[in-house]
Design a binder for this molecule. Structure first.
Ligand code: ARG
Length: 458
């Protein structure tokens, strides 16, 4: 039965029904719909809008529906949306009292309330998974403390760094995401219930009571905005998108660093796949697929932003399009975070290979220039001298490490014998002691701070 059929002479066409129905996807809101209805019915009873007995009957009926759905005894089907389904089912179970549930309420404030309740849980799940991921990264950072690896700019070798720095950088990104998710959840935790269809209601409702019962921070202050605001949906999907962008970068680095060419990391068999034709292949399908799913989540962000654009106040059916993208972004993002958190401990770090790479391709050149600058040579001059040393090495097949102090001195008299100890990758990394820098000491401090900040969220 349609909730609104009284005004109509003819039933809706079959294809129009199919097109209009949201039950196939909003059935996911069943438990929050029941929770919101119980709060609403309790408030109606407390305010004397319906009798206490009617209120109790409604709550008992809703609880019995909840138990049956949870036990798999009641199939959610045969209605336009989850709200219609619930009311039909309730009236079927308790009769006349059930018909009073929708007093002082509209599906417009109902769906907005349900979805915020659902989103609250979804934000919490995201936060929980992110905390797990950061914890997992902390373990890798700890393992990386004893290794030196090259850092890159423009994907060209730049400067040596403690390998833990790499993992801590990703922890910083995901901690920002965690912070954002918590802030978004707080903004979402405002209650539209009581906004009615758009203009509030003439019944003496108590919005503070429903707000307390549903653990919202406050009731929304404008009913028009209350029923039509879907900012929290866009924000949730944005948060997912940002997380996916960070994950995709991590995936890209893992894919790259585990190639035969780099060989810094090894993705274990458990998280690799093979080729149907090339027997030797071990492919990084898991991080590749994760990188690929980023586009899909961004797509949902574009979709919701476009859907909410230029919608006149207040509720319009366009807003029903808010759910499927949200649900898919939620599923994909949580899945990706969890798989990454699970896979990271298995990623092996190839210490000797990274250390060797950190000395190659003149990775220590900045430190040669810095050496001269610290002896009083202006940095720009020191940069030029070091550039000519690199050029000389390239021409003569030499490295910064196999040059003798005399050879260094032929470029500048300021070079002492200690230059040879300065140009090891380990020394270069160890020297980067500025706050937030890549020396093992700094990386250890960063790791400690990351763990401390993580604790604020768990
Ligand atoms: N299924 C609808 C949605 O998700 C519920 C609200 C319907 N309200 C209405 N006035 N048609 O948006």
């Amino acid at each position: 039965m349609k909730l609104w059929e009284g005004r109509f002479e003819a039933p809706t066409a079959g294809d129009a029904d199919l097109f209009n129905d949201s039950l196939p996807f909003d059935c996911r809101l069943w438990s929050v719909d029941i929770a919101a209805s119980i709060a609403h019915a309790t408030m109606l009873g407390a305010c004397g809008i319906i009798t206490k007995e009617e209120s109790d009957e409604i709550c008992a009926g809703l609880n019995s529906i909840s138990e049956d759905i949870a036990a798999g005894k009641l199939e959610i089907a045969g209605a336009e949306d989850i709200h219609s389904f619930m009311e039909n089912e309730l009236v079927g179970r308790i009769g006349e009292a059930g018909k009073k549930l929708h007093t002082a309420r509209s599906r417009n404030d109902q769906v907005a309330t349900d979805f915020r309740l659902y989103a609250r849980g979804a934000f919490d799940c995201l936060a929980e998974s992110l905390a797990w991921l950061v914890d997992s990264l902390c373990d890798r950072a700890k393992a990386g403390l004893k290794f030196i690896m090259p850092g890159y700019t423009h994907l060209r070798k730049a400067q040596p760094m403690c390998a833990g720095h790499f993992f801590n950088a990703y922890s910083e990104m995901f901690l920002r995401d965690l912070d954002r998710v918590c802030a978004s959840r707080e903004r979402a935790n405002v209650m539209p219930l009581g906004s009615g269809a758009l203009a509030g209601t003439s019944y003496p409702i108590d919005r503070d009571l429903t707000c307390t019962l549903l653990e919202f921070d406050r009731p929304c202050e404008n009913s028009l905005d209350g029923v039509s605001d879907r900012d929290f949906v866009a924000e949730y999907i944005f948060d997912c998108s940002m997380i996916m962008s960070h994950l995709s970068r991590l995936c890209e680095d893992i894919i790259l660093y585990s190639t035969e060419e780099f060989g810094y990391f090894e993705i274990p068999d458990e998280y690799s796949t093979g080729s149907s034709i090339m027997p030797q292949k071990k492919n990084p399908d898991i991080p590749e697929l994760m990188r690929g799913k980023t586009g899909r989540v961004y797509g949902h962000l574009m979709a919701i932003l476009t859907t909410i654009k230029a919608i006149p106040l207040a509720y319009n059916k366009d807003l029903q399009e808010d759910k499927e993208g949200f649900f898919d972004a939620e599923k994909q993002t949580i899945n990706c975070i969890n798989i990454m958190a699970e896979m990271l401990p298995y990623i092996k770090l190839n210490g000797p290979r990274m250390a060797k790479a950190a000395e190659a391709e003149f990775c220590c050149a900045t430190d040669v220039a810095d050496y001269l600058a610290k002896k009083g040579v202006p940095f720009r001059t020191a940069h030029g001298v070091t550039g000519s040393i690199v050029r000389w090495c390239l021409k003569n097949g030499r490295t910064l490490q196999d040059m003798t102090p005399e050879e260094y001195r032929s470029f500048a008299p300021e070079f002492g014998d200690d230059i040879t100890q300065t140009v090891t990758a380990a020394a270069c990394a160890a020297a980067r002691t500025s706050y937030g820098g890549a020396s093992p000491e700094c990386v250890k401090a960063n790791l400690k701070s990351i763990k401390k900040r993580l604790k604020n969220f768990i």
